[in-house]
Design a protein around this ligand. Structure first.
Ligand code: B12
Length: 213
């Protein structure tokens, strides 16, 4: 059985075939899908570190993205949270200026599989688009994803626009994405933040008043 460290390291080396095989082997050996996902995410963090050190280039970031998409496709059926009734609506998107979609897609998949109705606005979503989607759908939860530092400004601008539109008291806001933490959450004025997709499901369900996770 491959160790999580082996998965992480093979991923960081961008050894596509071996990484995908190790993921399949780990699943077959009943390693929880969330742990495998976390190991791949740690591999992504190492890819990011090597990019910062200029050992890797944008083409390597792209390659890591391609491998991660395949890993997600393998893990997705195992990640689904389950549940039986639709408990509410969530508007979700990657904020203006940011086109990273891998983490967002994982979160959206898990929210949907937890029987939440998700209005997925995609990436590089302008402030106005978030506001109009919330107004039109009547959704009471907003999820924003962002991996770039500049994404924080877009998150803050969106939350300011919610206030101007008179929606801030009606809509709970969660944020996430690689660099997001409690400090970012406070700085942009979100209600809470999450480090992974399971956390996003827990927050949305708690806010929407459901007990089924
Ligand atoms: C793959 C990648 C890319 C791919 C993206 C492919 C795609 N289709 O998404 C490509 C090559 C396109 C890319 C482009 C760029 N990238 Co890039 N990229 C990455 C990399 C290596 C991995 C990101 C990723 O997919 N992680 C895996 C997913 C699963 O993790 P995640 O997104 O964090 O999501 C999880 C959680 O955070 C959480 N979550 C996510 N969203 C939400 C939302 C809520 C509400 C909640 C609760 C939870 C939650 O759940 C998810 C699942 O568990 C990161 C490094 C890193 N470690 O983050 C750099 C990184 C984000 N990129 C970076 C940079 C600089 C760029 C570019 C500017 C490079 C360039 N010079 O062009 C461009 C930016 C383009 C743009 N305008 O957005 C920097 C950002 C630095 C910064 N501080 O701003 C990073 C950190 C690399 C680095 N260390 O320098 N990138």
């Amino acid at each position: 059985m491959p160790t999580l460290d082996e998965i992480k390291n093979t991923f960081a080396e961008l050894d596509e075939d071996t990484a995908l095989q190790l993921v399949k082997d780990a699943l077959a050996a009943k390693v929880p899908a969330f742990e495998i996902l976390k190991a791949c995410q740690d591999g992504m963090t190492e890819v990011g570190r090597r990019f910062e050190c200029q050992d890797y280039f944008v083409s390597d970031l792209m390659m890591s993205g391609e491998i991660f998409k395949q890993v997600s496709a393998i893990l997705e059926p195992e990640l689904k949270a389950g549940g039986s009734k639709t408990v509410g609506k969530v508007v979700f998107g990657t904020v203006k200026g940011d086109i990273h979609n891998i983490g967002k897609d994982i979160v959206v998949t898990m929210l949907k599989s937890a029987n939440l109705e998700v209005i997925d606005l995609g990436v590089d979503v302008p402030v106005d688009r978030f506001i109009s989607a919330l107004t039109e759908s009547g959704a009471t939860v907003l999820g924003m994803s962002g991996l770039l530092t500049l994404a924080f400004d877009s998150m803050k601008a969106t939350i300011e626009a919610l206030k101007v539109a008179g929606l801030r008291d009606k809509v709970k806001v969660m944020i996430g994405g690689g660099p997001v933490d409690g400090n970012v959450c406070r700085a942009v004025g979100a209600d809470d933040w999450g480090a992974d997709a399971q956390h996003a499901v827990r927050l949305a369900k708690a806010w929407l008043g459901s007990t089924a996770v």
